[in-house]
Design a protein around this ligand. Sequence first.
Ligand code: SF4
Length: 236
Amino acid sequence: MTDELDLSQEWKWYYEERGKRVVSNLQKKNINAIFAVNKTEALASVLAMIPEGAKVVRGDSMSVDQVGVMEALKERNQNVIIDAFARDADGRTVLKGKERRQAQKEAFHADVFITGANAITLDGKIVSTDAVGNRVAPVIFGPEKVILVVGANKIVTDLDAALRRIHEVAAPLNAKRHALKHHRPEFGQLPCVITGVCVDCNSEWRICRYTTIIEGSMASEKGRINVVLVGEDLGI
Ligand code: SF4
């Protein structure tokens, strides 16, 4: 009997078709990209990309956590792990103040920097916005290898759609997440968090500060950036 309410096959097909197109276009831009059908396959791919002994620094990313990368790295115990975004059960960062800042700076000297992205266009542009810059700057320069874990829900048609996605979806939800779970009431006062709608605010706690558009890598940097595109909804 056909289950009319189950759309999982349709979504799987949709994400795979769009995902494979993005992967092909990223590869044309000297970015090493693969499509993983699900989180399990994504985790295996990410772990295979991280050599034994490598110093791994994590940028804030729900997608990395949902795939289970940091837990798996800790379990296999082959790497030095620096994670400025590790939190205790109450949602507070384990590292604080100068120590946390230093951990963020370690990204620039990492063997592997791992984080997510806010949007990827069908023609292979990776677009992200950050409040402080620690999540986006090392993707451009610094670490030997960059791994980006991205759900196929973040594939968009073009740059305009990428920026719209950031302001309409990613930034408000991320700000709400910090307000709700991370003891950051200041983010709860942003217009987009109060109303759910971005007004391109000038709040001193505006969360959208630094936007990067990665249009591939130079031939000499080929394969430095690695994208694991996952055929499931990940992150925000
Ligand atoms: S209202 Fe301000 S903080 Fe919120 S998404 Fe718009 S620009 Fe970013």
